[in-house]
Design a protein around this ligand. Structure first.
Ligand SMILES: [Zn+2]
Ligand SMILES: [Zn+2]
Length: 111
């Protein structure tokens, strides 16, 4: 997952070192923040209602504070807008498989 502000991708931390990337919650979404964006990101990050910490993680429909372990329900209206595609609109996978096997039969001269 890239940094939500600048799009930089996280590189694996060197062995023995912990990554300086932070996790947080912005608009009820779990995000990663690169070291360069952390001070700017503070204004965006959701904060724990009890202790004010920005060390929050999103779990299913809940947001948990990593510092005081307060768990609250995530706001439903800011969930991802993508809805499941109705199956009728999807290309049928079996047809494609049949096409491929037919084409293979032709190439291999099986018929
Ligand atoms: Zn960044
Ligand atoms: Zn807290």
């Amino acid at each position: 997952m890239p940094c939500y502000r600048c799009g930089t991708r996280q590189v694996d931390p060197e062995a023995g070192k912990s990554s300086s990337w932070r996790r947080g919650v912005v608009c009820e979404h779990q995000v990663l923040i690169c070291p360069a964006c952390q001070s700017a990101a503070l204004a965006d990050l959701s904060r724990c209602a009890r202790c004010g910490s920005v060390h929050l993680i999103r779990r299913l429909d809940q947001v948990e504070c990593l510092d005081c372990r307060l768990i609250r329900d995530a706001e439903p209206e800011s969930q991802a807008p993508d809805s499941p595609v109705p199956s009728a609109l999807r290309p049928a996978g079996t047809d494609l498989a049949t096409e491929v096997s037919r084409a293979l039969d032709k190439v291999l001269g099986r018929r």
